[in-house]
Design a protein around this ligand. Structure first.
Ligand SMILES: N[C@@H](CCC(=O)N[C@@H](CS)C(=O)NCC(=O)O)C(=O)O
Length: 213
């Protein structure tokens, strides 16, 4: 049985939704970030970077949201969460997983932890403001990229793990001046995903209440 180390509403929500979508047995293992459990020696043995999520799959211990989700999608091809290897759709899936993890999520982490990049509260406020603006611009661009694509998913009419990643990140923008849901195509995608039983179960297990995004 898989084990997913998580904390509510964190990046771990993505593999959580993916696991629900796949329907494979798994156990949620809470990581008490408020008490720095993610920096404990036991947890650092799983992820030396001290971040959630971590997935344990038998002898395999793997961290990084995108890697976990791509691994799960590959392990369960019947769930249809990754297009076939070598296809243009697969290339676009790689593109979105990469962009979401190395650009959009990275900006979000700057937004949430600006103090890590600055020396004073004033500097942190400036960095936070710019990171928030950049996230809004990024969602606007993602929205534009979806304009010419058949509804409603990032890859067109086929759902993929990338859509769950986008939903998790979109949630994090819900208090920005222009949250991700305000962009038409992105909003449609979020509303479509929110109707899925897998998403509802993951939200409920993490005690995530409206507004969802
Ligand atoms: N690139 C990593 C980022 C994970 C990450 O930063 N997770 C946050 C929660 S959303 C965390 O554990 N933060 C704790 C910390 O940075 O100390 C991933 O996608 O797994």
């Amino acid at each position: 049985m898989y084990q997913l180390f998580y904390s509510p509403g964190s990046a771990a929500l993505t593999p959580h939704m993916v696991l629900e979508e796949i329907g494979a047995p798994y156990k949620l293992v809470p990581v008490d970030r408020a008490n720095n459990a993610h920096k404990s020696p036991a947890y650092l043995r799983l992820n030396p970077h001290g971040r959630v999520p971590v997935l344990v799959d038998g002898d395999l211990v793997i961290y990084e949201t995108a890697a976990i989700c791509m691994h799960l999608a590959d392990r369960h091809p019947e769930a249809g969460l990754a297009p076939p290897l070598g296809t243009p759709e697969r290339a676009h899936y790689y593109k979105w997983m990469s962009y979401l993890t190395n650009t959009l999520q990275a900006e979000a982490l700057t937004y949430f932890y600006p103090d890590r990049l600055t020396d004073t509260a004033e500097q942190a406020a400036v960095v936070k403001r710019h990171a928030g603006r950049r996230m809004m611009e990024m969602f606007e661009t993602v929205n534009g990229a979806m304009d010419g694509v058949a509804d409603p998913y990032l890859l067109g009419d086929k759902i993929s793990a990338a859509d769950f990643f986008l939903l998790m990140l979109a949630r994090w923008t819900r208090f920005l001046d222009r949250p991700a849901v305000a962009f038409l195509q992105v909003g449609k995608l979020l509303d479509t995903l929110a109707t899925r039983p897998s998403v509802k179960r993951a939200f409920s297990a993490e005690q995530i209440e409206p507004p969802y995004y």
